[in-house]
Design a protein. Structure first.
Length: 47
């Protein structure tokens, strides 16, 4: 993801470059946490 790509999403069209970079870094951090969490979960075996 880069600032130009982020600005194509609704609500992000007019953000500053620095703010876009910060948002991207934050999203990458959240994604990393989610992937680590999902990787540690036990597989679902169903009822």
């Amino acid at each position: 993801m880069n600032p130009e790509r982020l600005k194509t999403f609704p609500g992000f069209e007019n953000i500053k470059e620095e703010e876009a970079e910060h948002i991207i870094e934050t999203l990458e951090c959240f994604c990393s946490v989610i992937v680590k969490h999902i990787s540690k979960k036990e597989p679902y075996e169903g009822p």
